[in-house]
Each structure stands twice: as C-alpha cells, then as structure tokens.
Design a protein around this ligand. Structure first.
Ligand code: ZN
Length: 315
C-alpha cells in the first residue's frame, strides 16, 4: 500500500529521504489541500495525518501545520503524509461543521463519492489516501460553538482486532478520555471499514487556539508516532487514561436558544436534565435528559441551536 499514485498525480515527490510539499487537488472541485510528505530513509509504516476536516477547529490545524514543518526524513521510519488542513474552503469561510459549497458536514459523508458534491468529493480523495495508509490520525477539536475536554475516539466498525489496535494507540495521545465509536460515515469509520486502524483526537474549543494547546497536541501525536515505530525514542505510558465503551450524543429537536444545565466534565446520572431549548419568547420547546450515567465530554456553548445539531455528548 502507498500514497504514491495521488501524490505523483499532484507532482508531490515521494522519494525516500526527502520531504516535499504541495497541494492535493480534489478532482472536479476548486479545492486544493496543502500537503507535506516526509519520506524516511528507513522502511516503516505509512501514516496519514489530517487536520481541519472541520474548518473552525484551530489547535488541530496549527498542530498539523507544525508537524508538517517539524518532521524530517532523517527522524522518520516509513512515510508520514500530513494534510494541513483538509477543508480549506470551510477554514477560510470560518464555518462550523459544514462546507461553504454544499452545506454538508465533511465528517458525515465518508467514504465519499467520486461524482458527489464538493464535501463528498473531498471525503472520497481523503478515503483514497486512507487506503494507502497503515495508520490514520485525524485531528479535531471543539468547533467555534463547542467546548470539550480533550478526548480521543477510536472506531469499532472494523472488527475487534482493529479496534483494539486503534484503542491502544489512542491511549498514547495522553488525553484523559478514550471512547469507542460505531459511526461508519465519519473519517475514522471510513478508514476502519477498509481495514485501516486509527483515531480521531479532540482538543481545544470555541474558535480559539493557544501555544499551550498546540504544544499538548504536538506532544501527544509525537508520542503516538513513537508508539507506532515511526519516530525513535521512548513511548510515554499514560496510566491515567479512562476508557469509555461509547458515547451518546443528544441532538436538538428544534431551532431556537440552547440552555445547558450542566457543566463540561460534570458527572451525570441517567435521567438527569442536561438542558433545554426555548423559543425566542422564552417558551420551552424541548428538554434533554441523560440517556446513560457518564461524564459530559462536550457541550455546545452557543445560544443559537439548529434542529439536528449535537447538543452534548456523554461518555
Ligand atoms: Zn471536528
């Protein structure tokens, strides 16, 4: 397996001992994804790292840019391909969740379609690269209107062995929580369905980014690269990681104003009220209750809410 067909097609060299940058075009769209390939002299795994599948998640995008800048062929075993960021149109439009061309959430249209809308075509191109990877790392964070505690999601759709491999690598990020997912239309689900292990990491929130967050993100991903044998050095073992089997996401049933009653990382019991949506006259439209015991991993912070959007996740 390799990335070479798509990279050569985009005039990005993939020769052992070299680092090359350029743009990967998404066929049939104006989208060009900035990409850097670091090809080590020694053989090893092919690692695909994507940042900015969602355009408003800044710590992960800056982390992907810096990983592309910092990693050198002399340090790397195998090949690392970094896309920084994937969703350039959404990034430049400062959009949450969606892309400006089709209003679709790129992380809900995997594995994409070669002849689909712009988001579907982006997903399709990324999915082709996933198929050339031995491991896939997708960097996210809280969006412009979301707060969250750092956590890592691994996919369970590729079977038990793949899930276990992904879960162990997820723990190496060093974020406090690791949670399983059975979604098959997101980035890591798309990779898992073709037998590629990986994870989706979440750090940062509310349209902001800081050096501290980028530093924490870089340390976490570099530790994963040591865990995978891509970088040399000792793997830091993270003993404090809490594993969660799955998370449940509460979704808005109405357009309106969102009033959370719980705080981020607060422990909740099944049946406890998490919040409510009211209309512009202050009348309650719908109430939201915890479907399981657990901990609030993320919470929408914006007053504005639209039907179908996530409100909170309990892990
Ligand atoms: Zn995201």
């Amino acid at each position: 397996m390799s990335f070479s067909t798509i990279l050569q097609h985009n005039n990005i060299s993939i020769q052992a001992g070299q680092k090359s940058s350029g743009f990967i075009s998404v066929p049939g769209t104006p989208v060009k994804m900035p990409a850097t390939v670091i090809a080590g002299e020694k053989p090893g795994k092919n690692i695909l790292i994507t940042g900015g599948v969602h355009g408003g998640e800044y710590p992960c995008i800056e982390t992907a840019i810096r990983l592309a800048g910092n990693l050198e062929p002399s340090d790397v075993r195998g090949t690392v391909l970094v896309i920084h960021p994937v969703n350039t149109p959404a990034f430049l439009a400062r959009m949450q969740y969606y892309g400006p061309y089709d209003g679709k959430n790129l992380n809900r249209v995997f594995p994409g379609k070669a002849t689909g809308t712009v988001s579907e075509r982006i997903a399709y191109t990324v999915h082709q690269l996933q198929q050339g990877a031995d491991f896939y790392i997708d960097l996210h964070g809280g969006d412009i209107h979301e707060s969250l505690v750092p956590f890592v999601i691994y996919s369970k759709v590729g079977g038990e062995k793949l899930a276990e491999e992904s879960k162990q690598a997820s723990a190496a990020v060093g974020f406090p929580y690791v949670v399983g997912s059975v979604s098959d239309n997101g980035s890591i689900g798309g990779a898992a369905t073709v037998g590629v292990p990986g994870f989706l990491a979440e750090l940062g929130q509310c349209g902001r980014w800081s050096e501290e967050e980028v530093h924490q993100y870089m340390e976490g991903i570099e530790n994963v690269l040591r865990f995978l044998g891509t970088l040399e050095g000792e793997v830091v073992e993270n003993l404090g990681v809490q594993f969660m089997d799955q998370m449940t996401v509460l979704k808005a049933q109405h357009d309106g104003c969102w009033y959370p009653f719980k705080a981020l990382e607060e422990e909740v019991k099944k049946g406890e009220k998490i919040g409510e949506i009211r209309d512009f006259f202050g009348q309650v439209l719908s109430e939201y209750f915890a479907e399981t015991d657990g901990l609030l991993l993320y919470l929408v912070t914006s007053l504005a809410i639209t039907e179908g959007d996530p409100l909170a996740a309990i892990g």
